[in-house]
Design a binder for this molecule. Structure first.
Ligand SMILES: Nc1ncnc2c1ncn2[C@@H]1O[C@H](COP(=O)(O)OP(=O)(O)OP(=O)(O)O)[C@@H](O)[C@H]1O
Length: 332
């Protein structure tokens, strides 16, 4: 195992000033007895609604914070106590924070990091060349960071995080604010790092397409607890109780005569979207009814978006999420 988290809790204590003289202390339980393990080379997404404890977990794993209770091992080390030793073997990217020098070009940060990590000159040159090619940085490598677009800056951030060849990369919202093209490039590189270079990835993101494209495993946090720990594939299987059918009819349609369990969720002229509840209705039956009684130009069957499952899991809360998963497994 490269990460072992054992019954970890994290409490923040906030000092609040009340009136002129009175001080009040507020305790915030950000994590409550969280345990999980990660094998080397995996890509794990930590997801959950705002305030669920995702960033706190990442900060604990990087050694920025220490747990109030429980223990954490990253590559066999205590991240808080062995932070400087561990720094040579892990790296982190926080979407909302930068490790690049704002008024200097990215190349200067790369060289500085090379010194910090004791990388010899030839090796550093080779490494920078690889990263510049990988992230296509050559056209703005010598421009001050303040003049870069968000997408260019983010590519430099991730490149900087990889300069010392880390075994584990922690990413907190790495694609926040990026446009489609920049996002796609970042995702492809992260996927490649994980699949072909075996870098372990721990990622938090509110974007389900990032999660699906990069990660195989997912942990859902809610109010500081693990609500669900699963493979993304399994999560889809266990929580999908419906299918979406999109039909394009040859002419606008009025009545579809659907069986119980199937309902129209959207209609735009001759294009109709239906949801089929798989517990009460067979998707084949719905399709065969539609094509038997109507002139159909095109028909597609899709799973509902991952977002809708995640929403469902958040709503079910703790421990109902686990209960739902167990029931789904029993249902087969
Ligand atoms: N430095 C801090 N001091 C006090 N409370 C904090 C601190 N950092 C986080 N918290 C609180 O801890 C809880 C968990 O916060 P955390 O940032 O880990 O959640 P998150 O899942 O990353 O949320 P988001 O998706 O909004 O980034 C929240 O209630 C938050 O207000």
């Amino acid at each position: 195992m490269c990460i072992e988290v054992d019954r970890v809790s994290k409490r923040y204590i906030l000092r609040k000033i009340k009136g002129w003289t009175r001080l009040e202390w507020q305790k915030i339980e950000a994590l409550k007895g969280v345990s999980f393990k990660v094998e080397p080379g995996r890509a794990l997404a930590l997801i959950g609604p705002n305030g669920a404890g995702k960033s706190t977990m990442i900060k604990l794993l990087c050694g920025i914070l220490s747990p109030t209770q429980g223990s954490i091992k990253v590559l066999g080390m205590d991240p808080f106590k062995d932070r400087s030793r561990l720094a040579y073997r892990i790296s982190s990217v926080f979407g909302q924070r930068s490790q690049l020098w704002y008024h200097l070009p990215p190349i200067d940060t790369f060289q500085l990091l090379g010194r910090i990590y004791d990388i010899d000159r030839t090796e550093l040159k080779k490494r920078m060349k690889e990263l510049v090619e990988l992230f296509d940085l050559s056209s703005f490598l010598y421009q001050p960071v303040r003049k870069l677009s968000l997408g260019q800056r983010m590519r430099c951030e991730i490149a900087a995080a990889l300069i010392h060849n880390p075994e584990i990369l922690f990413l907190d919202e790495p694609t926040i604010g990026l446009d489609v093209v920049a996002r796609s490039m970042v995702i492809d590189v992260l996927k490649d790092l994980n699949r072909s270079k075996n870098v372990t990835i721990i990622l938090t993101s509110h974007d389900t397409s990032d999660i699906e494209r990069i990660c195989e495993d997912v942990i859902v946090l809610n109010e500081g607890r693990i609500v669900l720990e699963s493979k993304i594939r399994e999560m889809r299987k266990n929580f999908f109780h419906s299918k979406i059918i999109e039909v394009e009819f040859s002419e606008p349609i009025n009545d579809l005569n659907l069986p119980p369990g199937a309902r129209v969720i959207d209609q735009n002229g001759s294009i109709v979207r239906l949801e089929v509840d798989l517990k009460t209705c067979d998707v084949n039956e719905v399709v065969s009814r539609i094509v038997t009684y109507n002139m159909v130009r095109d028909i597609t069957i899709q799973d509902p978006p991952l977002e809708s499952i995640i929403h469902h899991i958040y709503l079910s809360g703790y421990p109902a999420g686990r209960e739902a998963e167990r029931n789904a497994q029993v249902d087969g």
